[in-house]
Design a protein around this ligand. Structure first.
Ligand code: MLT
Ligand code: ZN
Length: 478
């Protein structure tokens, strides 16, 4: 059980952090007390914005001594309200925004050492400056920060080739719930000293400590890329196309993102300056990116030939390959704006599921039909990372219904139905967004005693006082 901070601890924090690092001003705190989709609203006793790891350590030590809860926050782009405090107003909201230095960049180690608050697109730029690339990207790259990406084990649009954050974090620095500092930044390719604290902290959603910096894997910069948009009839054809392209290009395909006609229409409706890439209508669309490092053959030729062959075989209906960077960016904008467009389209029962890649096409067809039959009038809006088996499977209210009221009333039953459908196919109810607050009930319902027991044992071992991001990820004992 955590406590409200008293005047003594608040004064001590204010003294230690100074005016830039401490505020209780309601207007200054307000933007950070709700999740970005505006679904969950919380309160905090103070907003703390430390400038360095020493200050984070001082905060955690004071909070641990007084049993006060800490809610770490990066860019506040969580899809599951993982960085939003509870409504009690007793927690300290710990923003990592001011810790935004890139401490080191090495083209010899192929590593960047970035502080927790570095914005993903800033890391991309810094890596490009030394002829390298940090190969993880997502729609929120202009605001998502390293600490949140690590704490949610973020995925995004390049997982097919480079994996999630788990594959890209090679070292980590964190302040543990005890207030001790774990200095694991050294970027070792091999390190067999038993349990891997780095991997425990990745995906821990701030429940095992505050990530303050990380060593991140870099890969060679892109020399040339082919970005293509394909119209086709169904997701089975899409998966067959992916396997063909992989066979025809070796390791070059790094993004394979699918969206049905209703999702493309939603983007065109809400995002200014967008237009349909192909002349006709297609039930499904796929955005493909293939890349090659400098000096390797330009993938445009191979992709163009493979798509022409696929069209000739009747596997796809139409395709374009971008002929300029501006066109490539315009195609990516269509994909990366989906979350924003969805927000404009109104509430939905959202799901971030993973199934084996081979199951995705049937899942999309059968899952959509099953949901729309069970929940009369509901509309499935499903899109995502077909190449890695992660689909954002969202269910919207019947046309004309009050969306918010419908989601509130039907949401729990829809969630249970979708997650059971996924579990029956060997899948997961959280592919890349984490558990946070919004998936906690369903996680507790479906996880099973062994997984939950281990999760709680780890939490109790590292955070026996329960001060780190309470109410997220670890379901309470019922
Ligand atoms: C995406 O792939 O666009 C994101 O994960 C966001 C979403 O689920 O809407
Ligand atoms: Zn996604």
């Amino acid at each position: 059980m955590t406590c409200a901070p008293d005047a003594t601890i608040l004064a001590a924090l204010e003294r230690r952090l100074g005016p830039k690092g401490f505020t209780r001003d309601a207007a200054a705190m307000e933007p950070w007390l709700s999740d970005w989709r505006g679904r969950v609203h919380g309160a905090a006793a103070a907003l703390l914005s430390p400038a360095n790891t020493d200050e984070v350590q001082a905060i955690v030590q004071l909070a641990a001594a007084a049993r006060v809860a800490i809610v770490p926050q990066g860019g506040n782009t969580s899809m599951v309200a993982g960085a939003t405090p509870s409504t009690s107003g007793n927690a300290l909201l710990l923003s990592l925004r001011r810790m935004n230095a890139i401490r080191a960049l090495s083209s010899e180690d192929n590593v960047a050492v970035a502080e927790a608050g570095v914005i993903l697109s800033d890391l991309h730029e810094a890596a490009a400056g030394i002829g390298r690339r940090f190969p993880l990207s997502l729609g929120a790259k202009g605001s998502a920060r390293i600490s949140g990406l690590i704490s949610t084990n973020a995925g995004g649009t390049q997982v097919l080739r480079f994996g999630t954050m788990r594959a890209l974090v090679v070292g980590i620095e964190a302040v543990l719930p005890s207030g001790e500092r774990f200095d694991g930044l050294s970027a070792l390719r091999k390190d067999n000293r038993g349990y891997d604290l780095r991997q425990l902290l990745i995906g821990a959603e701030g429940t095992l400590g505050v990530v303050t910096a990380a060593s991140l894997r870099l890969v060679p910069a892109i020399g040339a890329r082919a970005v293509a948009w394909v119209g086709l009839s169904d997701p089975h054809a899409a998966l067959a196309l992916l396997r063909r392209l992989e066979a025809g290009t070796g390791d070059a395909i790094e993004s394979f993102e699918a969206m049905p006609a209703n999702v493309l229409a939603m983007v065109l409706r809400h995002i200014p300056g967008t237009r349909a890439p192909l002349a006709g209508d297609h039930a499904w669309n796929v955005l493909i990116e293939a890349t090659a490092p400098a000096g390797a053959p330009d993938p445009v030729e191979a992709i163009t030939a493979l798509l022409a062959e696929a069209a000739g075989d009747g596997l796809i209906e139409d395709a374009i390959v971008a002929t300029s960077e501006a066109q490539a960016e315009a195609l990516w904008k269509l994909r990366e704006s989906i979350a924003e467009a969805e927000r404009g389209d109104g509430p939905a029962a959202k799901h971030d599921i993973a199934v084996p890649v081979s199951v995705v096409p049937d899942f999309l067809v059968e899952g959509s039909a099953a949901v729309e039959q069970k929940f009369a009038g509901s509309r499935v809006v499903a899109f995502g990372h077909l190449g890695d088996g992660n689909i954002h499977f969202n269910v919207m209210a019947p046309a004309g219904a009050d969306g918010r009221a419908w989601v509130e009333r039907e949401g729990p039953a829809v969630n249970a139905f979708v997650h059971d459908f996924v579990a029956a196919r060997g899948g997961s109810l959280s592919a890349e967004h984490g558990i946070g607050q919004l998936r906690l009930t369903e996680f507790a319902r479906t996880a099973g005693p062994v997984r939950l027991g281990v999760l709680r044992a780890i939490k109790d071992a590292l955070d026996p006082l329960g001060i780190m991001n309470p109410g997220k990820l670890v379901p309470p004992l019922s």
